[in-house]
Design a protein around this ligand. Structure first.
Ligand SMILES: [Fe+2]
Length: 180
Protein backbone atom coordinates (compact mmCIF):
# COMPACT_ATOMS: atom_id res chain seq x y z
CA UNK A 1 0.00 0.00 0.00
CA UNK A 2 1.45 3.30 -1.09
CA UNK A 3 -0.21 5.51 1.53
CA UNK A 4 -2.82 4.82 4.16
CA UNK A 5 -6.10 6.73 3.88
CA UNK A 6 -5.30 8.42 7.19
CA UNK A 7 -1.91 9.60 5.83
CA UNK A 8 -3.64 11.19 2.84
CA UNK A 9 -6.03 13.07 5.13
CA UNK A 10 -3.17 14.13 7.41
CA UNK A 11 -1.29 15.59 4.44
CA UNK A 12 -4.41 17.53 3.47
CA UNK A 13 -4.56 18.89 7.03
CA UNK A 14 -1.07 20.24 6.48
CA UNK A 15 -2.29 22.25 3.47
CA UNK A 16 -5.32 23.50 5.39
CA UNK A 17 -3.09 24.60 8.27
CA UNK A 18 -0.88 26.56 5.87
CA UNK A 19 -3.86 28.40 4.40
CA UNK A 20 -5.46 28.99 7.81
CA UNK A 21 -2.14 30.50 8.96
CA UNK A 22 -2.26 32.85 5.97
CA UNK A 23 -5.86 33.76 6.90
CA UNK A 24 -4.75 34.71 10.44
CA UNK A 25 -2.06 37.01 9.05
CA UNK A 26 -4.49 38.52 6.54
CA UNK A 27 -7.11 39.16 9.25
CA UNK A 28 -4.46 41.04 11.29
CA UNK A 29 -3.45 43.14 8.28
CA UNK A 30 -7.06 44.08 7.43
CA UNK A 31 -7.68 44.81 11.13
CA UNK A 32 -4.76 47.25 11.03
CA UNK A 33 -6.34 49.01 8.05
CA UNK A 34 -4.52 47.46 5.08
CA UNK A 35 -6.52 46.62 1.98
CA UNK A 36 -6.77 42.93 1.07
CA UNK A 37 -6.18 41.96 -2.56
CA UNK A 38 -9.13 40.66 -4.53
CA UNK A 39 -7.18 37.69 -5.94
CA UNK A 40 -6.13 36.53 -2.46
CA UNK A 41 -9.68 36.73 -1.12
CA UNK A 42 -11.19 34.92 -4.09
CA UNK A 43 -8.56 32.18 -3.77
CA UNK A 44 -9.28 31.75 -0.06
CA UNK A 45 -13.02 31.32 -0.64
CA UNK A 46 -12.30 28.89 -3.45
CA UNK A 47 -9.92 26.91 -1.23
CA UNK A 48 -12.56 26.61 1.52
CA UNK A 49 -15.39 25.73 -0.87
CA UNK A 50 -13.59 23.30 -3.12
CA UNK A 51 -10.58 21.90 -1.27
CA UNK A 52 -11.89 21.86 2.29
CA UNK A 53 -15.59 21.19 1.66
CA UNK A 54 -15.80 19.21 -1.59
CA UNK A 55 -12.52 17.35 -1.35
CA UNK A 56 -11.40 16.95 2.25
CA UNK A 57 -14.62 16.96 4.28
CA UNK A 58 -16.32 14.79 1.69
CA UNK A 59 -13.63 12.12 2.10
CA UNK A 60 -14.08 12.18 5.87
CA UNK A 61 -17.84 12.54 6.14
CA UNK A 62 -19.02 10.41 3.23
CA UNK A 63 -16.39 7.69 3.38
CA UNK A 64 -14.28 7.53 6.57
CA UNK A 65 -16.93 8.31 9.20
CA UNK A 66 -19.59 5.90 7.79
CA UNK A 67 -17.02 3.09 7.63
CA UNK A 68 -15.99 3.69 11.25
CA UNK A 69 -19.65 3.71 12.31
CA UNK A 70 -20.12 0.42 10.45
CA UNK A 71 -17.18 -0.97 12.44
CA UNK A 72 -18.89 -0.04 15.72
CA UNK A 73 -17.71 3.50 16.54
CA UNK A 74 -20.67 5.44 18.03
CA UNK A 75 -22.17 7.96 15.63
CA UNK A 76 -22.88 10.44 18.44
CA UNK A 77 -20.49 11.89 21.01
CA UNK A 78 -16.71 11.75 20.87
CA UNK A 79 -15.09 11.73 18.40
CA UNK A 80 -17.42 11.36 15.37
CA UNK A 81 -20.41 13.38 16.65
CA UNK A 82 -18.15 16.21 17.72
CA UNK A 83 -16.12 16.24 14.49
CA UNK A 84 -19.32 16.21 12.41
CA UNK A 85 -20.60 19.25 14.30
CA UNK A 86 -17.27 20.99 13.68
CA UNK A 87 -17.59 20.23 9.95
CA UNK A 88 -21.06 21.81 10.02
CA UNK A 89 -19.64 24.89 11.75
CA UNK A 90 -16.89 25.03 9.10
CA UNK A 91 -19.53 24.82 6.35
CA UNK A 92 -21.35 27.77 7.85
CA UNK A 93 -18.09 29.73 8.16
CA UNK A 94 -17.33 29.00 4.49
CA UNK A 95 -20.73 30.43 3.49
CA UNK A 96 -20.10 33.45 5.73
CA UNK A 97 -16.63 33.95 4.26
CA UNK A 98 -18.10 33.96 0.74
CA UNK A 99 -20.61 36.62 1.81
CA UNK A 100 -17.98 38.65 3.71
CA UNK A 101 -15.61 38.67 0.71
CA UNK A 102 -18.39 39.68 -1.66
CA UNK A 103 -19.44 42.50 0.67
CA UNK A 104 -15.84 43.60 1.26
CA UNK A 105 -15.02 43.75 -2.45
CA UNK A 106 -18.02 46.04 -2.97
CA UNK A 107 -17.31 48.21 0.05
CA UNK A 108 -13.81 47.69 1.55
CA UNK A 109 -14.10 50.54 4.04
CA UNK A 110 -17.38 49.44 5.63
CA UNK A 111 -17.03 45.67 5.46
CA UNK A 112 -13.51 45.14 6.81
CA UNK A 113 -14.87 44.25 10.24
CA UNK A 114 -17.16 41.52 8.84
CA UNK A 115 -14.23 40.08 6.87
CA UNK A 116 -11.88 40.09 9.89
CA UNK A 117 -14.50 38.44 12.14
CA UNK A 118 -15.20 35.70 9.61
CA UNK A 119 -11.53 34.99 8.90
CA UNK A 120 -10.86 34.80 12.63
CA UNK A 121 -13.80 32.40 13.01
CA UNK A 122 -12.09 29.98 10.62
CA UNK A 123 -8.75 30.52 12.40
CA UNK A 124 -10.40 29.75 15.77
CA UNK A 125 -12.01 26.51 14.59
CA UNK A 126 -9.35 24.73 12.59
CA UNK A 127 -6.28 24.11 14.76
CA UNK A 128 -8.34 22.34 17.46
CA UNK A 129 -10.39 20.43 14.91
CA UNK A 130 -7.31 19.23 13.05
CA UNK A 131 -5.61 18.30 16.32
CA UNK A 132 -8.57 16.12 17.30
CA UNK A 133 -8.51 14.37 13.91
CA UNK A 134 -4.74 13.88 13.76
CA UNK A 135 -4.26 12.71 17.34
CA UNK A 136 -7.58 11.05 18.21
CA UNK A 137 -9.44 10.06 15.05
CA UNK A 138 -6.60 8.86 12.83
CA UNK A 139 -4.72 6.77 15.45
CA UNK A 140 -8.08 5.22 16.35
CA UNK A 141 -8.81 4.59 12.65
CA UNK A 142 -5.42 2.93 12.14
CA UNK A 143 -6.26 0.53 15.00
CA UNK A 144 -9.76 -0.28 13.74
CA UNK A 145 -9.18 -0.66 9.99
CA UNK A 146 -7.08 -3.35 8.39
CA UNK A 147 -4.95 -2.80 5.25
CA UNK A 148 -7.74 -3.89 2.91
CA UNK A 149 -10.19 -1.41 4.45
CA UNK A 150 -7.66 1.43 4.26
CA UNK A 151 -7.07 0.55 0.59
CA UNK A 152 -10.83 0.61 -0.04
CA UNK A 153 -10.96 4.10 1.41
CA UNK A 154 -8.03 5.26 -0.74
CA UNK A 155 -9.96 4.07 -3.81
CA UNK A 156 -13.04 6.01 -2.68
CA UNK A 157 -10.86 9.09 -2.11
CA UNK A 158 -9.64 8.78 -5.71
CA UNK A 159 -13.24 8.96 -6.89
CA UNK A 160 -13.68 12.21 -4.91
CA UNK A 161 -10.48 13.55 -6.50
CA UNK A 162 -11.65 12.67 -10.01
CA UNK A 163 -14.96 14.44 -9.31
CA UNK A 164 -13.27 17.73 -8.43
CA UNK A 165 -10.50 17.23 -11.03
CA UNK A 166 -6.90 16.19 -10.34
CA UNK A 167 -5.54 19.49 -11.67
CA UNK A 168 -7.75 21.28 -9.12
CA UNK A 169 -6.07 19.45 -6.22
CA UNK A 170 -2.65 20.40 -7.61
CA UNK A 171 -3.68 24.03 -8.02
CA UNK A 172 -4.64 24.16 -4.35
CA UNK A 173 -1.32 22.62 -3.32
CA UNK A 174 0.47 25.47 -5.09
CA UNK A 175 -1.88 28.00 -3.60
CA UNK A 176 -1.28 26.69 -0.08
CA UNK A 177 2.50 26.75 -0.59
CA UNK A 178 2.29 30.32 -1.81
CA UNK A 179 -0.02 31.35 1.01
CA UNK A 180 2.01 29.60 3.72
FE1 LIG B 1 -10.04 16.69 8.41
Amino acid sequence: MEKRATQILEEEHHLIQQVVGAMAALADRVFEGQVAEKETLVNLVDFMRVFVEKCHHEKEENHLFPLLVKKGVPVAGCPIGMLTREHQAAGKLTTDLGAAVEAYLKEPSGMGHFLVTTLRGVVALYPGHIWRENYLLFPMTDKILDDREQEGLVEQFETVERKIGLDVHQRFEHLAEKAG
